[in-house]
Design a protein around this ligand. Structure first.
Ligand SMILES: [Zn+2]
Length: 70
């Protein structure tokens, strides 16, 4: 299941490597500190195995992601 919602972009950082929402200074999944605040499309992935978007984006873990990161 995937839900797409508009959220305030302010202060939300996205990992450029895996597109995951990052809280803090580095990504909890891949460890990257290559973060962006310039992104579009908020995604909540609950069940990656059943999500077409998750498959396309190579997402294997549930969580919050951005569709596009610049
Ligand atoms: Zn990452």
């Amino acid at each position: 299941m995937v839900s797409v919602a508009a959220v305030k972009k302010k202060m939300v950082k996205i990992c450029r490597e895996c597109h995951r929402v990052v809280e803090g200074e580095s990504c909890a999944v891949c460890g990257s500190s290559n973060l962006s605040t310039d992104w579009t499309g908020y995604l909540v992935i609950i069940d990656p195995q059943r999500s077409e978007i998750a498959k396309k984006m190579n997402i294997t873990l549930p969580g919050r992601y951005a569709l596009k990161v610049r």
